[in-house]
Design a protein around this ligand. Structure first.
Ligand code: KIV
Ligand code: ZN
Length: 515
C-alpha cells in the first residue's frame, strides 16, 4: 500500500457537486459565506464550481478567490478548450489554484454519452491535461464513472494523465455502484502497477446511491487513496456524496486502526453543518450521524443510566469534539429514575429516596400525556408533588402583644431537625416574615405581596404570591392554604428554599452575591 503522506487531504465539493443537487443551489454571496466556514473548518481544497457552466459560478469564484487565500481553490472543467479557458480565467485570482479536469471513461458513457472510442478518450485526456498543465502546476484528472470502467483501460487512462502532468488522480464512483472490497482492490492494483502512480496523489470521490459512500471512501483509503472528495452533510447529486463529517470522524475515532489524520478542526463540524442547512434550507434528518439532533441524545432508561455512570458506555466520541455543547438526556417515557434524579439535581433539587419515588411516579404519569418532559415541567412537578426541599412549615401561631403582632413559627429544616423562632412586627404578616427569616437565616426584600382566593364556597383556599429580591436575584413564590397567613408563610418558604437550592447548585455565584 502506498502512502504519499500520512495525512488524508479533504477536498470539499459542497459548493460544486453539493450545490449541483436539487434544492441546494447557492448565490455567489452564499458560496462565499460557506467558503469562509470551510476554510475555518480546515479542509485542504475547496471546489468552488464549474466556471464554464454558469456566470454565477464565475462570480462566486471571483469573490472567494479575492478573500480565501489558504485552502487550495479548485474549479471543474470538461476536457474542452473553451471550458479550460473559462476555468483558467477564474483561477488567475486564486492564491493556490487547481484545475480539475474530467472525462468519462466507462463503456456506457463512451458509447452513449460521449460517442467516443477508447483511442479518442486517451487522446483527449493527454491533450487537455497538457493544455491545463501549461498554465497551472496543480492539475487533477478524474476519469468519470471510473468504477464501471474496464480496469485495463482505466489503467491506461491514468498512465496517460500522469504522463501528461496530472498531479492528482481522482477515481470517481460516479453512480454509487461500487462496494468497499471492490474499490479497495481497484486503488491498490492501480497504485501498484501504473507507471508514475507513486509520484501523484490518488483521490476517491464516492456517491451514495447505495448508502456506501463513506464506507467506500474509507476502503479507498485502505487501498492507498490520500485525498477524499465529499461534501458537508453529504449533499450532492441524487443520494449525495461522501459526508465529510462522517469520514473525518471515522478517521479520528478509529485512528488506531487507520493511523491517518486530517487537518480538520472537528469542533467546527456542527457549526459548519448548521450553516449549510440554513443557507440551502435543507435540514438533516434527526438521526444523521455526527450532525443530526439525535446523534448525542439519549432517552432510554438503560442508556441514560449507563451514560450517567460513564459516557463511554453509549458514546464513542464526545459531543463537544464535533461542536455540540453537550450530551442531551431527553426525559420522556423511556427514561429511568437515575436520569430524572440527575436532572433534578442539576436544577438544584436534592431528593430523599421517598421523595424521588413520589416525583418519579408523577413524572411517569406526565409522560403518558406528553412526549418530552423539559426543565420547567420538572419544576412544576416539584411544586405539585409537595416535595418541599428545604424548610417545611410545622406550625405557626400569631398573637397580639401590647398592640404589636407576635409570630411564633416552628419549621423542620432540610435535615429534618426542628427550629423555632419568634418575631414581632407591625402586623401579622410582617411578624411572620421576620420569624421565618430568623429561623432560616434568609434575608429578602419584599417587592410585592398579593393574596387572593382560589376556588369557591367551602373549597375556597387562599393563595399568596410574593415577589422578592435576594442576593441580587429576583424570585417569585406562591403558597396555597386554607388560611391566607399560612399561605403567606408557604409562599415565603417557597422563595427561601429556591434560593437555598440555588446556593447549593452554584455556590460561587452566591458567595459573590454575599460578598
Ligand atoms: O461524480 C463524478 O464523477 C464527478 C466528477 C465530475 C468528479 O463529480
Ligand atoms: Zn460527483
Amino acid at each position: 500500500m502506498t502512502t504519499n503522506t500520512d495525512n488524508v487531504r479533504i477536498f470539499d465539493t459542497t459548493l460544486r457537486d453539493g450545490e449541483q443537487s436539487p434544492g441546494c443551489s447557492m448565490s455567489p454571496q452564499q458560496k462565499l459565506v460557506m467558503a469562509r466556514a470551510l476554510a475555518e473548518l480546515g479542509v485542504d481544497i475547496i471546489e468552488t464550481g464549474f466556471p464554464a457552466s454558469s456566470q454565477s459560478d464565475r462570480e462566486a469564484m471571483a469573490l472567494i478567490a479575492r478573500e480565501i487565500r489558504s485552502p487550495t481553490l479548485a474549479v471543474l472543467s470538461r476536457c474542452l478548450p473553451g471550458d479550460i479557458e473559462a476555468s483558467l480565467r477564474t483561477l488567475e485570482a486564486a492564491a493556490r489554484p487547481r484545475l480539475h479536469l474530467f472525462l468519462s471513461t466507462s463503456p456506457l458513457h463512451r458509447d452513449h454519452k460521449l460517442r467516443m472510442t477508447r483511442e479518442q478518450v486517451l487522446e483527449s485526456v493527454d491533450r487537455h491535461v497538457r493544455l491545463g498543465r501549461a498554465s497551472v502546476d496543480d492539475v487533477e484528472f478524474s476519469p468519470e464513472d471510473a468504477t464501471r470502467t474496464e480496469e485495463d483501460f482505466l489503467a491506461e487512462v491514468v498512465k496517460i494523465a500522469i504522463a501528461a502532468g496530472a498531479t492528482t488522480i481522482n477515481l470517481p464512483d460516479t453512480v454509487g455502484f461500487t462496494t468497499p472490497e471492490e474499490i479497495r482492490g481497484m486503488f491498490s492494483r492501480l497504485i501498484a502497477t501504473v507507471p508514475g502512480a507513486r509520484d501523484v496523489v490518488f483521490s476517491t470521490h464516492c456517491h451514495n446511491d447505495l448508502g456506501l459512500a463513506v464506507a467506500n471512501s474509507l476502503a479507498a483509503i485502505e487501498g492507498g487513496a490520500r485525498q477524499v472528495e465529499g461534501s458537508i452533510n453529504g449533499i450532492g447529486e441524487r443520494a449525495g456524496n461522501c459526508a465529510i463529517e462522517e469520514l473525518v470522524m471515522a478517521l479520528k475515532v478509529r485512528n488506531a486502526f487507520y493511523r491517518l489524520d486530517t487537518r480538520v478542526d472537528t469542533r467546527r463540524i456542527v457549526p459548519t453543518s448548521q450553516l449549510l442547512q440554513r443557507l440551502v434550507g435543507m435540514p438533516v434528518q434527526r438521526n444523521k450521524a455526527i450532525v443530526g439532533a439525535n446523534a448525542f441524545a439519549h432517552e432510554s432508561g438503560i442508556h441514560q443510566h449507563g451514560m450517567l455512570r460513564h459516557s463511554g458506555t453509549y458514546e464513542i466520541m464526545r459531543p463537544q469534539d464535533v461542536g455540540w455543547p453537550d450530551t442531551q438526556m431527553v426525559l420522556g417515557r423511556h427514561s429511568g429514575r437515575a436520569a430524572v434524579e440527575a436532572r433534578l439535581r442539576a436544577l438544584g433539587y436534592l431528593l430523599e429516596e421517598d421523595e424521588l419515588k413520589l416525583v418519579f411516579e408523577q413524572f411517569k404519569a406526565l409522560c403518558e400525556k406528553q412526549r418530552v418532559v423539559n426543565d420547567s415541567d420538572l419544576q412544576t412537578l416539584m411544586q405539585d408533588a409537595s416535595v418541599s426541599q428545604g424548610y417545611r412549615l410545622a406550625s405557626m401561631t400569631i398573637s397580639d402583644v401590647g398592640g404589636r403582632a407576635n409570630a411564633l413559627v416552628e419549621l423542620s429544616d432540610p435535615e429534618g431537625k426542628r427550629v423555632s423562632e419568634t418575631a414581632q412586627g407591625n402586623g401579622p404578616v410582617d411578624a411572620l416574615f421576620g420569624a421565618l427569616s430568623s429561623a432560616t437565616g434568609v434575608q429578602m426584600t419584599l417587592d410585592s405581596y398579593q393574596v387572593h382566593s382560589v376556588g369557591i364556597g367551602t373549597d375556597a383556599r387562599g393563595e399568596a404570591s410574593l415577589s422578592v429580591r435576594a442576593e441580587g436575584v429576583e424570585y417569585e413564590g406562591t403558597g396555597t392554604a386554607a388560611d391566607i397567613i399560612e399561605a403567606s408563610a408557604l409562599a415565603w418558604l417557597d422563595v427561601a428554599n429556591r434560593l437555598l437550592r440555588q446556593r447549593q447548585a452554584s455556590p460561587a455565584r452566591s458567595e459573590t452575591a454575599a460578598a
